[in-house]
Design a protein around this ligand. Structure first.
Ligand code: SAM
Ligand code: ZN
Length: 396
């Protein structure tokens, strides 16, 4: 036991408006933190993810007295920050299977002065969530933040969320979702991923599609309010609403993506539509999905979050939200300038110049936070190629 009554060495951290204890970080943490070898997992690189959770809860709930829960809480900092920094929480419930995490969470709850409104559990997350699935015990906000895939916890997390509530989900298993490990994506998400220059958006769409299908199974519809990619993870926040009709409505946003190996054309179709031939060259394309083809983010919601980024140390969140709120939401997938340049054997223009030129021609277009080399547009392929050739020849 150390002098703080914990079984392992800890140090004091400050994040947002909260001071808390977490294990001393292992050597090399500046590059990456792995859960193995730490008595309780804490990753300082996930501050942005926690900032975004604080902002999302503040933007989503316009009333006080909400009940929130973190079923995989680690040292508890996420739930504690949401409670302290939003001022809207009347009940905080933290859980972690690790007994060291349990003692650390209790200590951190005490340090934050939240003992009266907090319950702390040391259970398997599925057992804990299932015990909170009856109407009276459900939460307004559930934050599923595993090291790896959220798939094993998703159905119980959805069942423990009130109708009209908000669910936050992280996936760090990008090798599966981005298509490096195809069998593992099929096993966990029941979806065929697409290893491509556009993998990051595909990963987000597979994840949101999986959340939709899981919610539909238990009679709930979803609507994503914010989805983003960052370095080692994808995170989405979705509104959950009970109702079979809403579940069916959400399902209309699920579909398939097709990539033509002959000409590189990408197209998509609804879940219920039959297999399509390439619209450009009539070849047989490869099929990926099922995935979410609707809006990944509500622009209004992103702008609302942007409006409440109130602290200097949320600069990262501010920059990300600015990019996301400018992003074209009505078109799934982006193009990469280097890919198009390679195909056209042309030089590579700046994505911002392509976007400006497409705007001047009357098309919708934007950069994308998924990829610094990417841009989104509803312009047809021929127009994009013309813009490319024009921009690269005028540079010559
Ligand atoms: C990525 S960490 C959580 C980090 C935390 N949300 C934060 O923002 O700092 C994932 C946590 O899940 C816990 N965990 C893993 N499997 C679990 C299970 N089946 N039930 C409950 N907790 C589990 C681990 O002990 C670990 O503390
Ligand atoms: Zn084709």
């Amino acid at each position: 036991m150390d002098e703080k009554g914990l079984e392992f060495p800890t140090m004091v951290y400050d994040e947002g408006k909260v001071r808390f204890l977490a294990p001393v970080l292992p050597e090399g943490w500046e590059k990456a933190v792995s859960p193995s070898g730490m008595p309780v997992f804490f990753n300082p690189h996930s501050k942005l993810s926690r900032d975004m959770a604080v902002l999302a809860v503040r933007a989503y709930f316009d009333r006080k007295g909400i009940r929130i829960c973190e079923p995989l809480a680690g040292c508890g900092v996420r739930g504690i920050r949401i409670t302290v920094e939003t001022g809207t929480v009347s009940k905080l419930v933290l859980n972690d299977i690790n007994k060291f995490a349990y003692s650390l969470m209790r200590k951190n709850v005490e340090m934050a002065g939240l003992t009266d409104i907090t319950e702390v559990y040391n259970l398997d997350a599925n057992a804990f969530l299932a015990a909170h699935s009856s109407k009276r015990l459900r939460f307004d906000y559930v934050d599923v933040d595993p090291a790896g895939s959220p798939a094993p916890f998703l159905e119980n997390a959805i069942r423990s969320c009130q109708s009209g509530g908000l669910l936050g989900v992280t996936a760090t298993d990008l090798a599966s979702l981005c298509g490096t490990d195809v069998p593992s994506c099929i096993r966990k998400y029941d979806a065929m991923p697409y290893m491509s220059p556009y993998s990051k958006e595909m990963a987000a769409r597979i994840l949101v599609g999986f959340v939709t299908r899981t919610a539909a199974r238990v009679g709930m519809g979803i609507s994503p309010v914010l989805t983003f990619y960052r370095r080692h993870y994808i995170r989405t926040f979705v509104r959950l609403t009970y109702g079979k009709t809403l579940a069916k409505e959400s399902f209309k946003n699920i579909g398939w993506m097709f990539e033509c190996k002959s000409c590189g054309n990408i197209q998509w179709s609804s879940y219920f539509e039959p297999f399509k031939l390439c619209e450009v060259c009539k070849s047989n394309p490869r099929v990926f999905g099922p995935l979410w083809l609707g809006e990944l983010t509500s622009k209004d919601f992103a702008l609302k979050m942007l409006g409440i980024v109130y602290e200097a140390d949320m600069k990262d969140a501010y920059n990300l939200l600015r990019k996301i709120s400018d992003e074209l939401q009505t078109v799934p997938f982006y193009y990469r300038v280097d890919e198009i340049g390679k195909r056209l054997k042309s030089r590579v223009p700046k994505p911002a110049d392509v976007v400006d030129r497409l705007h001047s021609l009357g098309f919708n277009a934007s950069l994308t936070h998924f990829d610094g080399q990417g841009f989104k547009t509803d312009a047809p392929r021929e127009v994009i190629e013309r813009v490319f050739l024009k921009l690269t020849s005028s540079e010559a």
